[in-house]
Design a protein around this ligand. Sequence first.
Ligand code: GLC
Length: 518
Amino acid sequence: MQEAWWRGAAIYQVYLRSFADGNGDGLGDLAGLRGRLDYLSKLGIDAIWLNPWYPSPMSDGGYDVADYRSIEPIFGTLAEAEKLIQEAHERDIKIIIDVVPNHSSDQSAWFQEALAAGPGSAARERFWFRPGREVDGGPPNDWQSIFGGPAWTRVPDGEWYLHLFAPEQPDFNWNSPAVREEFLDVLRFWLDRGVDGVRIDSAAVLIKDPDAEPDGLDPYTDRDGVHEIYREWRRVSDTYPGRFLIGEVWLPDQERFARYLRPDELHTAFNFDFLSCPWDPAALRRVIDDTLATHTPIGAPPTWVLSNHDVTRPVTRYGRPDTSFDHGDRKHGMTSDRDLGVRRARAAALLAMALPGGVYVYQGEELGLPEVEDIPDALLQDPIWARSGHTDRGRDGCRVPLPWAGDAPPYGYGGEPWLPQPADWGPLTVEAQEPDPSSMLNLYRTALRIRRDKLGDGTLTWLPLGEDVLAFTRDSGLTCVVNLGRQPVRLPEHQQICLASGAVDGGLLPSDTAVWLL
Ligand code: GLC
């Protein structure tokens, strides 16, 4: 039997409103993406994951969904989405969509209905409405929103509703059969339209009970009941051969994480331990070993992720004195050595792409874009900025529209970008990088091409080359060596250097450099 395509896939994340703007309104759209499919085809990826594309007031960049069966008009139409799926398939590119089951938009028909129907109504049962606490009518409990501030907002009739994220994102009550039915139907709606995979947003926090007495467990993260939901989803997706489910599961405990990947649940989940890990050989080795130890026994392929629309861009992160990532402290404004960051990001890319399993590339990572840290306060859009009382600048810095060509904004992106692009991005455009064999873009292109037939799913064998070095051989015989130490190291015996992230001289691999050998 042919191996499932997604097990070793290279998946490119398109943050639609910043990818390419086809109609000149400054916001990326489906027309822009359809116009750039050849770019993605040439990059050598297997699939595109699109962040939510549904009608949305954009209080959280589209993660506040008003209608799960339609397309946001600023992005285009359902007919265009169907065309995109078709045109991608013609190029052998699969399409993965993002489904947001934890919460909707406060503008969704269901939430508006719940507001109008009032306390005790069936419409309110689909969300978490509660009276205020007896003593003073305040919020029903002390839960805090993940974006900062209380997780409850009061409505005019005196009831409060729960939102683990922004107030514009009311949480669904997954004890409600109507909610469960609705999402099974949404899944079928998109699978029927030919999407190949579904990314599940905030997948571990669906089950909660605000009335329960504290039982020592986290009141909403990773409650046991969540697994039954994914078993139901899996039963639906299994009726569509070749499709897969990927969970956004942030959990520190690898054994709990692995429970989401049991054979009758999700097919894969994002590996955030790898993304959060500092640029340190022992720490990375531990994360890789733990990841393999978690996934191998259950037969699920690991995923390797260096960035996404929620985290600091790698070239900035890896140039800082502290190279780890943590949602609680984004280290905004910490000094970053750009050259060092770029060198390490190049090496990290070859590491991630050589490891067994699937790999994710977030748009702009292949161009080596840095985090934009000087967006004027007044232009910041991420709800984290306001919700944190203007202490956390949030995630806009990794969401700045892509530079395609030319030497000044908007760099061929389209209209005036919804977040300002830096004035010095001329050398980072696709146009500027294309002819340069040593550019980040060409490193990614070559790596993805080699990866197609020599890497992906499978196993690895570690090579003992010293404690500062990560070195392993893959099933195809390709060896990856990454030097994370300060001193150059001698390469193991080889016939050919297939690819190097930096200059390799006289058989010595410099600091912060990776090679692929045969
Ligand atoms: C996920 C998304 C993030 C969003 C949050 C709430 O973590 O990746 O962008 O803000 O869910 O939907």
